[in-house]
Unconditional design. Structure first.
Length: 477
């Protein structure tokens, strides 16, 4: 529960962060999260539109069957479920609610969906923004548990977009006490809906708003519920922003890239920011860089590639391996519905191939994803990129090594012909900080096969546009 006076007493000045010694409800787990996100399936701009309630039920059923057994447990509804408040998508206190035209049976609450999600052993996530719907200000609606109205908390006293791409939500004056009350009412709403995961958009990168984040954190610290908090977008992100969010406990994770629309050129554009920002995050810091969703399988939500399968298997392996290596959250975006919904003769989900499902559920790569410490890029050329990382559980003399075949160049300008160019990289133990005279057991985590017990070095052969990940541990022989 929230007391308006109590909140104000705790916020002097308003932008000062409460000490991280407070028991935080913004979770800082020792390993990155995994789950499913609706953006690729439908985000309001595509052939399917925002997934309907029945579709969401089918999707969570498929997730329970195909992804939950190996820890993919966050079921997240992305943007498109609410607008500027003028279409019945706002409550009496100016808080966004599900569009009745898309979700007529929800009656302004995500609680029914959260209940369905929790009954399946999953956790519920939702895309939200900070700021206030335009219509709330136009209507001068009251702010819950306060003497203020929505128009009184507008930044500059007028409706201005909360960020450069979102014209549905207005920027607020974070020095106004009514903003504190409004954000408190949002958190109270999210609690009541049973949310476990918040994607807070329009707040990071080029839209970085630390004043909003400070108010949000101070308010959410008074909550009785635990949340994973993810910040976006990642365009224009800086190291200082990541350090601020990490060190002040404002979020669990933060985006470092723009939206990943499943096109070829964006794939390799992820390597430079990963190399720049990965040292600032990881399991040892309990804060994670977010490389965006995994756009595999059939994409219903991609404007550029509607109803297509945008990535060949080798490229899926490259993306998944990079995400694992830098400990990005693994949020799958494809059509994971049970085949009974679309093709009763198939044993695979509606829009996911056997290869993709095997990659998502590769237990060796998922173990590495949870175990990695201090990932860093150690080599880059026109043909090869190599990363290494330490291990939390296998000891100081163990390493993870990821080898990426980028023979086509960065960004990739060609299509399938590049798949034919295999590379062989020699991985010397000295370059990994290991003794070249000692014997090490090398395990190919991608193919789930031992390479052998070797010293000095080993050769890694990687097919065109693909990747391989290895674990190196002191030999048991």
């Amino acid at each position: 529960s929230y007391s308006f006076c109590t909140l104000l007493e705790k916020m002097s000045p308003i932008y000062t962060l409460i000490s991280t010694a407070v028991v935080a409800v913004i979770l800082r787990p020792d390993k990155p999260v995994k789950g499913w996100n609706s953006f690729d399936f439908g985000n309001g701009t595509n052939v399917y539109g925002t997934p309907s309630y029945p579709m969401l039920v089918d999707l969570m059923d498929g997730m329970k069957e195909f992804l939950l057994p190996l820890g993919y447990n966050y079921f997240c509804v992305d943007g498109g479920w609410s607008g500027n408040g003028s279409a019945g998508d706002m409550d009496a206190y100016g808080r966004p609610t599900p569009l009745p035209s898309v979700y007529p049976t929800l009656q302004g609450s995500w609680s029914p969906v959260s209940n369905d999600v929790h009954q399946r052993g999953l956790k519920m996530g939702l895309w939200v923004t900070l700021g206030i719907p335009n219509q709330a200000a136009v209507d001068k609606v009251p702010i819950k548990d306060s003497p203020y109205t929505a128009d009184q908390i507008l930044y500059g006293g007028t409706i201005t977009p909360a960020c450069d791409w979102n014209t549905d939500v207005a920027r607020v004056n974070t020095s106004h006490p009514g903003t504190v009350a409004y954000y408190a009412s949002l958190v109270e709403q999210w609690e009541g809906w049973g949310l476990d995961y918040l994607t807070i958009d329009c707040i990071f990168g080029g839209n970085f708003a630390p004043d909003n984040l400070a108010v949000f954190k101070n308010v959410i610290e008074q909550s009785d519920r635990e949340f994973i908090v993810s910040l976006s977008p990642g365009d224009g992100v800086t190291a200082d922003q990541l350090i601020y969010v990490r060190d002040n406990g404002v979020a669990t994770q933060a985006r470092i890239t723009t939206d990943f629309y499943a096109n070829w050129h964006q794939t390799f554009a992820h390597f430079p920011p990963a190399a720049q920002f990965a040292p600032l995050a990881g399991g040892d810091k309990k804060f994670y860089i977010n490389m965006d969703k995994l756009p595999f399988g059939k994409m219903h939500g991609q404007v550029e590639l509607p109803l297509q399968w945008p990535f060949w298997p080798p490229c899926q392996t490259t993306i998944f391996t990079l995400w694992v290596t830098v400990q990005s959250p693994l949020m799958f975006g494809g059509d994971i519905r049970n085949p009974a919904v679309c093709d009763p003769q198939s044993q695979w989900p509606c829009g996911v191939s056997n290869y993709t499902l095997g990659l998502l559920n590769n237990e060796f790569l998922l173990e590495a994803h949870a175990d990695i410490v201090n990932p860093r890029q150690i080599f880059s050329s026109n043909f090869t990129i190599i990363w290494q990382a330490n291990s939390q559980s296998y000891g100081d003399s163990s390493r993870y090594v990821s080898v990426f075949n980028v023979l086509c160049g960065i960004p990739m300008q060609a299509d399938p012909p590049c798949l034919n160019g295999t590379i062989t990289a020699t991985i010397s133990f000295s370059m990994l900080g290991l003794s070249p005279s000692a014997m090490y057991d090398v395990m190919d985590l991608t193919d789930k096969a031992p390479v052998g017990s070797v010293n000095v070095s080993f050769d890694a052969s990687v097919d065109g546009l693909a990747a391989k990940m290895f674990r190196i541990t002191p030999s048991r022989q």
